[in-house]
Write a new protein. Structure first.
Ligand SMILES: Cc1cc2nc3c(=O)[nH]c(=O)nc-3n(C[C@H](O)[C@H](O)[C@H](O)COP(=O)(O)O)c2cc1C
Ligand code: SF4
Ligand code: FES
Lengths: 451, 174
């Protein structure tokens, strides 16, 4: 069994681990009570800043720093939004935290609200998690009854209401400003930033958006301390003053072609290969991996040779991936056609683009049509150039879109074509022996699967 | 003649008092009634398995919004059926990467085949709607499906077929 003793997942497998009684018996809520008695909100911000905690929702931004961007002495209200839209393909760690240890999440939320002076928190939960909804609502009811939520929490002057808000099956509601728009009752079109939510967010008020796992980390930092958190993971690179390091435990989701798919807790910086072999029991059926997604499908692809990449915040970027993302590793074995993989990815993003920015709406739809054509044996080598061009031009990084969904759509395209070009070329030449070299525009009526 | 009168007289109200009370109970949570849009759509959809246009107009009246505002939000999500109710059980079958790698697309095809419908369709007896879905956040149980509130894990063609038969039996009218 792997050497790391789970902390965030300590309740998994404990009978009734989701109850208040169980959480308290493990030391839960005592840190909150002590902080409410002895510390000021700014102390909590400083504690989280000093821990080096970086957001677990995908962008990896320093949590304490984000909180400190809220305007000082704001008359309020300030809102806290908890992002439980968790829809990045391959990702399910928030679900496990909410189902198996909802009070750990709630304690983190109360601490975050205290730190940010928010008195209302909304937890935006994706529709597809009915079990999480029930567990969370049960835990929220328990927390109100025990005086951890509501007015004058545990005799302090701090009050907090926590409400669940249900989504309606749209990936874009996970993007923080899409989430805010959706909560406000509008179409979930992400906003142009600035203004950032910390200045103008939900209902036009200062707002912090944080991920579920980030909240669980806050609860554990309060319980176990800054030094404990910083003793785990990958320290900041002294040669790079801009590297904030990758501290703390991380929940890695492992799925696809492995023997034992699951959510595993390990120090940040474990390699993909260690995760697959030591935790996941290896690639299934004794096969070899062809590739792996490093952190949700938006992050692109690692080749088999790149599996030794450490999965910390800096690792995947060094081999051309978009980043650590949600740390969801999906293993693809040697029997899978990379064309099929990319088709699946393009279909997802074409379906989930909110349609607001032309490069994203058209780019995701066009790349899907090309992949459908290639799959149907009508691909041309020229299509690879077109795909690369789409990949290079849509996204926040090239500056053509409002949100990062388009970068997430672009990365699998760019990585797949760069790292597996030979396979694409072979596929196109074998399946389209008479037309692979054609460079003329494809007549619209011949596009397979055109809408 | 009869058609004319039906246009002239006010149509029968769709939102029940209970639904309106449920919506109003949530109102104190939000500083702006527009934020009640999604909760209201869910309340109506949970009860009727669709949200017809007239219900949209009524929700808008309850929330003090233009019907177009509610319809705009509704249509964005492609989640709330409008023309006719979804089946008594609505099943979402995951087609995203982790499930696709473990046979998710084949499971979807097989489910539809056994139920005799196309993806997105509803069986003629109205018991079952089968829709393709993106990642359900249960990739550790791939391939999987969410049917109503129940997660069906590690599906095989056999368990998929058994699910269709059991659902149709459950709702069959004597
Ligand atoms: C297209 C898109 C989808 C996203 N989906 C999620 C999500 O489901 N959950 C999440 O926590 N963050 C998601 N994010 C990141 C959020 O925008 C935001 O960075 C995060 O919720 C902040 O929380 P954190 O700092 O605690 O990580 C998404 C971002 C993009 C661009
Ligand atoms: S990048 Fe895509 S998903 Fe994001 S706002 Fe623009 S169109 Fe919508
Ligand atoms: S890919 Fe099917 S549940 Fe995640």
């Amino acid at each position: 069994m792997p050497p790391f003793t789970p902390v965030l997942l300590e309740a998994v497998g404990i009978p009734n681990g989701h109850t208040l009684a169980s959480y308290r018996s493990r030391g839960g809520y005592a840190p909150l009570e002590q902080i409410l008695r002895e510390k000021q909100p700014v102390d909590v911000v400083e504690m989280v800043k000093a821990s080096g905690l970086r957001g677990r929702g995908g962008a990896g931004f320093s949590t304490g720093l984000k909180w400190s961007f809220l305007p000082k002495d704001h008359p309020g209200p300030i809102y806290l939004c908890i992002n439980a839209d968790e829809s990045e393909p391959g990702t399910f760690n928030n679900r496990i935290l909410m189902e198996d240890d909802p009070h750990q999440v709630i304690e983190g939320i109360i601490l975050a609200a205290y730190a940010t002076r928010a008195t209302t928190a909304y937890l935006y939960l994706r529709y597809e998690y009915p079990q999480s909804w029930e567990r969370l609502q049960g835990a929220i009811d328990e927390a109100y009854a025990a005086g951890y939520l509501g007015s004058a929490i545990k005799g302090s002057s701090f009050s907090l209401n926590l409400y669940l808000h249900k989504g309606a099956a749209a990936y874009i509601c996970g993007e923080e400003t899409g989430l805010i728009e959706s909560l406000e009752g509008k179409r979930a079109w992400p906003r142009i930033k600035p203004p950032f939510p910390a200045v103008e967010g939900l209902f036009r008020k200062p707002t912090v958006v944080n991920n579920i796992e980030t909240m669980a980390c806050v609860a554990q930092i309060a319980r176990r301390g800054i030094d404990w958190f910083r003793s785990i993971g990958v320290p900041a690179d002294p040669a790079n003053p801009r590297d904030p390091g990758s501290y703390g435990p991380k929940l890695y989701c492992l799925s696809g072609h492995v023997e034992r798919p699951g959510c595993y807790e390990a120090p940040l910086g474990i390699t993909a290969r260690q995760l697959i072999n030591e935790y996941g029991g290896g690639v299934w059926k004794g096969r070899r991996a062809k590739a792996a997604i490093p952190g949700g499908i938006s992050m692109g692809l690692l080749t088999e040779a790149e599996l030794d990449t450490p999965l910390d915040f800096a690792g995947p970027g060094r081999v051309g991936c978009l980043g650590l993302g949600t740390a969801a590793v999906v293993v693809i074995d040697e029997t899978v056609s990379i064309v099929d993989f990319l088709h699946n990815s393009c279909r997802f993003f074409a379906h989930e683009s909110c349609g607001q920015c032309t490069p994203c709406r058209e780019g995701t739809a066009w790349s899907l049509r090309m992949l459908e054509r290639i799959k149907a044996g009508k691909g041309r080598l020229k299509d690879l150039e077109l795909l690369a061009e789409i990949g290079n031009t849509m996204g926040m990084m090239p500056g053509s879109t409002i949100c990062g969904l388009a970068d997430g759509a672009a990365w699998p395209i760019k990585n797949a074509i760069k790292k597996f070009r030979g396979e694409f070329e072979d596929y196109i030449k074998t399946t389209n022996p008479t037309g692979w070299m054609v460079t003329d525009p494809v007549p619209a009526l011949q596009i397979v699967g055109a809408h | 003649m009869a058609e004319h009168t039906s246009i002239m007289t006010a149509p029968k109200r769709i939102l029940t008092d209970a639904m309106i009370a449920e919506i109003e109970a949530l109102a104190p949570r939000y500083p702006d009634r527009r934020a009640l849009t999604l909760p209201a759509l869910h309340i109506v959809n949970d009860a009727l398995r669709h949200v017809p246009l007239q219900a949209v107009v009524e929700i808008a009246a309850v929330l003090g919004l233009a019907p177009a505002e509610v319809q705009d939000t509704l249509s964005f999500y492609a989640f709330f059926p409008q023309d006719k109710p979804a089946g008594e059980v609505r099943a979402w079958v995951c087609r995203s990467i982790s499930c696709a790698l473990r046979g998710g697309e084949e499971v979807l095809e097989h489910l539809c085949h056994v139920a005799g419908i196309e993806p997105g369709g509803t069986t003629t007896d109205g018991t079952l709607t089968i829709e393709p879905a993106e990642c359900l956040g249960a990739c550790d149980f791939a391939p999987c499906m969410l049917a109503g509130k129940e997660l069906h894990k590690n599906l095989t063609p056999e368990s998929a077929a058994a699910f269709v038969r059991a659902t149709q039996k459950r709702f069959v009218r004597p």
